[in-house]
Design a protein around this ligand. Sequence first.
Ligand SMILES: [Zn+2]
Length: 523
Amino acid sequence: MYARFLGGLRAFLRHTITPAEARAAVARRLAEREATLLHVAERGFFGAPRSPYRELFRIAGCELSDFRQLVRDRGIEGALRSLREAGVYFSFEEFKGRQPVVRNGREIAIEPADFDNPWLSHYYHRTTSGTTGLGTRVSTDLDHLALEAEHRLLCFEAHGVAEAPYALWRPPLPAGSGINSVLRGARANRPPVKWFTPFVPEEFRPPLRHRLANGMIIAAGRALGAALPWPEPVPLDQAIRIARWMADARDARGQALLNTTVSGGLRVGLAARDAGVDLTGKVFMVAGEPASPAKVRGIRASGATHFTDYGMAEGGRLGIGCVNALDENDVHLLTDAYAVITWPREVPLAGATLESYHITHLHPTASKLLLNVEFDDYGIVEERLCGCPLESLGLRFHLRGIRSFGKLTGEGVTLVGSEMVHILEEVLPARFGGSALDYQLLEEEDEVGLTRLTLLVAPHLDIGDEAALVAEMHAALARESLAADVARAFWAQAGTFRVRREPPRAGSRGKQMSIHSARRRPG
Ligand SMILES: [Zn+2]
């Protein structure tokens, strides 16, 4: 597998792209949008024996010829809405294989691997930041990274930072965000000059195969002549070191760009403000969790500006930050490669109806083949003329007001709610007494905007030491899966969990849920 990957890496790094080439590629894909989806549908949905979509289409009474007609008559988005209405979609829990897929009273047997793209050629495996013990793996194809490199180059150019000294504060494999950003930068002939990693060996040591893969990609890239940086550990509580790098780079070159999580950006901003380091003229590119108003205020308090992009491990990088953003996560939907529709969805955790994003991959390079798949994110999709350079590429649709339901987000790592429910409802009562009704997790922001996961524990329970409770949460996460252990490593370092002796709260319908979301609707 790695030999194949390295063979592809040589071609990937040799053919670096210019902004003009990236613009032309986006224009070409936009022009071929419907034809590409029809090709994917023919070979990947209708023609692939293991495709989970085949059965959905069959139950909906939609054959390939109907699908073609639908796309011709109603356009891609109109067709996707009609299909959603006919039951052609997957919820996130179904996609992950954690909930049976039942349509029209019939159950469809699927495995998470059935969504894998059969056309991938040069890839390596990473874990998503929030997967389960089922061991979902995501492969990243170099062709897909090449497409993402075009998007990112155009985004950097629109924000005027294409030439800025560029650093990452992102973890190495098994998390994909760091190595992917290094390779996307190299493809555009602008690899990051620094790669800071928040993983410190005392907190988390990735499994050997991931350390080897990460090291091999960097070493191979360097041997091929690309100036790829080795990761340097900088733990979360030493954010001031990142702020100082940014200040020095700005003084030397007039600008500096840091790619990190929203929480990472906030940490650097707060550390700079506390130490009196002025970050005026510096720019953060943040992603990994929805940027909230409080977090953005904290980032901007340092004098820096920020823009965002939006995506998820299996869903791809769907959006790049608008230069004239209307809110803190207003992005241009990359309609050359993706389609997103919204559909009303009742959310048990919030007891509300939300406009859930349904994601479709138009391009056959993504790691998964997706058609109307929910990722438990919701928000607005709108066509808007913003007047920024990204609009002139033909990217007229925006996603904004983006929030997650059913996922816990903090420090740029996400954990699916159902994994945490197991810990809250079974692990903690078994160890500390009480029942599932006595524990609840509340996601909220503290006074400076950092995300905290507050464990509400019924006051009548005698749990003894609160620190032991937090230690048990950490230990239980480490047991769940590698991805949950990555989340634990961040949350332990950041002190994300705290305990409050308070009765768990009822939802808006009087029903108590293990995880209570304090998040509001967008708007
Ligand atoms: Zn714009």
